[in-house]
Design a protein around this ligand. Structure first.
Ligand code: S3P
Length: 417
């Protein structure tokens, strides 16, 4: 039985929303990883007092945010900077939102453009970070997103808390709905209906949170795939977030013939949670496109390893968003897997892999992208001989103690800092 660390998406949201709640929030199971620590530090730089009882247990003294004295540094956290852009657009003070060289390369126009339509005074450098926000009155809008992005949706809903009138976001497919669930739990008026999400300001402050963050499905995903393809594993993951907007990988793997049993055990922090038991199985290739892509958007790097171990063709379409994650995950994964002898056909909006392929150990690179580094480590588990993943410390951006956790599955893996 393994319990992986807290959900990254929920941890970002818990500190950002706890910061503006009217009173004291208790957050258990916070993810103490690179991305979420960055957001927590930014919230503290906004004058919010946070008591840390241990790495995962926080008391957040919410209320009014204060002007930061320096640019806020979100390091590698795309979720942190985009959600905070929405939150800060509605504040009566100026702020600058920045991050690492990697974060500065990521597209911000997707939040700048709709926030400006709401009246926000926000600008970037060539539409990228650093972002500068000046105070401005906001008005509610109806906005149709061209990509199904939970970060964009969330930025607009958070700005909507400070807007005059209702804010409606229309999404082309159901992106993760953690912000909607958390806002509702805090007393906000958020209605979701047929791909339209409407937040209507109530004039009442948000109620504080009292929540336990469930385990991150996206971290569990590495163990789910590893246990499916490494012979004689038998692993049960407990307390995993089973929000259906996140669990597309389970549907994909089951369609490939994986032996996975899911037992829902209840709700934690307004999210369905449960246990996932995985046994190795012979996998077959499948085709993936459309809404399923959105429900497993962070899982494609590790899914590529499953596809390489599956018999026959796996074809992924409609996944061009992978090109604007921490790295271009289609190009980077294809290049690194080729070093192990894999054949991966890159497509503009996805990839094609014909298995089953034999991998040979080699030295590969994590590209400062946590999900790439961890996927390559799992590839190393099924490759013949030794695989070294360089630049793998970034695994800590979302999954503390990743190497130690893989050892629990019997992997002969060591981590040198
Ligand atoms: C996230 C949304 C997704 C996802 C990211 C986390 C979130 O990004 O890839 O890891 O917590 O809202 P997009 O909104 O860009 O799809």
């Amino acid at each position: 039985m393994v319990r992986v660390a807290g959900d990254k998406s929920l941890s970002h949201r818990a500190v950002l929303l706890g910061a503006i709640a009217d009173g004291i929030s208790q957050v258990r199971g916070f993810l103490p990883a690179g991305d979420t620590e960055a957001t927590l530090a930014c919230v503290q730089a906004l004058g919010v007092r946070v008591e840390r009882h241990d790495a995962q247990t926080l008391t957040i003294y919410g209320g009014t945010l204060h002007a930061p004295t320096q640019p806020l540094n979100f390091v590698n956290a795309g979720t942190g900077i985009r959600l905070a852009a929405g939150l800060l657009a509605g504040q009566p003070f100026a702020s600058v939102l920045d991050g690492s060289a990697q974060l500065r390369r990521r597209p911000m126009k997707r939040v700048i453009e709709p926030l400006r339509l709401m009246g926000a005074n926000i600008s970037g450098v060539d539409d990228k970070a650093p972002l500068t926000i000046q105070p401005a009155p906001l008005k509610g809008i109806t906005y149709e997103m061209s990509v199904a992005s939970a970060q964009v949706k969330s930025a607009l809903l958070l700005a909507g808390l400070y807007a005059d009138g209702a804010t409606t976001v229309i999404e082309p497919a159901d992106a993760r709905d953690h912000t909607e669930r958390m806002l509702r739990a805090m007393g906000a008026n958020v209605v979701s209906e047929g791909g339209r999400i409407t937040l209507t300001p109530t004039g009442m402050p948000l109620k504080p949170l009292d929540m336990t963050v469930p385990s991150d499905f996206s971290s569990a995903a590495f163990l789910i795939v590893a246990s499916s393809i490494v012979p004689s594993s038998n692993v049960t993951l407990t307390g995993v977030n089973l929000n259906p907007t996140r669990t597309g990988l389970l549907d994909a793997l089951k369609a490939m013939g994986a032996d996975i049993t899911v037992t829902e055990t209840g709700l934690e922090g307004g999210e369905p949670v449960g246990d996932i038991r995985i046994k190795p199985a012979a996998l077959r290739g499948i085709e993936i496109s459309g809404a399923l892509v959105v429900r497993m958007i962070d899982e494609f790097p590790i899914f590529m390893i499953a596809a390489l171990c599956a018999e026959g063709e796996t074809l992924v379409r409609d996944a061009q968003e992978l090109r604007v994650k921490e790295t271009d995950r289609i190009a980077v994964m294809a290049a690194e897997l080729r070093k192990l002898g894999a054949q991966v056909e890159e497509r503009e909006d996805g990839f094609r892999i014909v298995g089953k392929q034999t991998l040979k150990g080699a030295v590969v690179d994590g590209h400062d992208d946590h999900r790439v580094a961890m996927s390559m480590a799992v590839a190393g588990m099924v490759a013949e001989g030794e695989t070294v993943v360089e630049d793998a410390d970034c695994a800590n951006d979302s999954f503390p103690r990743f190497a130690e956790t893989l050892q629990l599955l019997g992997a002969g893996i060591t981590h040198e800092a």
